[in-house]
Ligand binder design. Structure first.
Ligand SMILES: [Zn+2]
Length: 173
């Protein structure tokens, strides 16, 4: 399966509109990915509230023995503790292997992708335009056919409460 995915021969495509789901400390979405391998694949995206400069996109196989096939950690840090010990101080790509599942990371693919917000190590928050560009680039990397104009939806902004509520119900501005 990995060879077919890397070679772009898996006929991957997504067409549903993105629906961001609120989680405890993040926003996430997942899209069904059509393919000619007969596998159950989804394209997953996530941004944690406390890491607005970073994001994660993954091509995931929902069959229980597999999991993430490819996972792009944008501005993430990672050490391959169980294999070659290589450290990544910035964006890296996890690639599934039978031995290490998705625990092993490599540098993102050639060819060099156009200048984009994931090639620096900034702590500045990613804008919606950045997230959309990253989604588009991840689709290109994974040979996923999609029309971002049709399916991209901005991530809802995080609601920051204006008042701090005490246990007795009193609100402090
Ligand atoms: Zn990572």
């Amino acid at each position: 399966m990995m060879e077919a995915l890397l070679a772009g021969g898996a006929g991957l495509s997504v067409s549903d509109g993105i629906r961001w789901r609120r989680k405890a400390a993040s926003y996430e979405f997942s899209l069904n990915v059509r393919n000619n391998l007969g596998r159950r694949l989804v394209l997953f995206g996530q941004q944690c509230d406390k890491k607005l400069h970073a994001a994660t996109f993954a091509l995931h196989c929902t069959e229980s023995t597999v999991g993430n096939l490819f996972r792009l950690c944008v501005r993430g840090r990672h050490t391959n503790r169980r294999s070659d010990g290589v450290q990544h101080h910035g964006t890296h790509l996890h690639r599934w292997t039978s031995e290490h599942r998705d625990e092993q990371a490599v540098a993102p693919f050639d060819p060099p992708w156009p200048p984009s917000p994931w090639q620096d190590d900034s702590q500045a928050p990613l804008s919606d335009d950045h997230l959309r560009l990253l989604f588009q680039q991840f689709c290109q990397m994974m040979h996923v056919t999609c029309d971002p104009d049709e399916i991209w939806r901005p991530k809802p902004s995080i609601e920051i409460p204006e008042f701090l509520k005490l246990p007795d119900g009193e609100e402090i501005p």
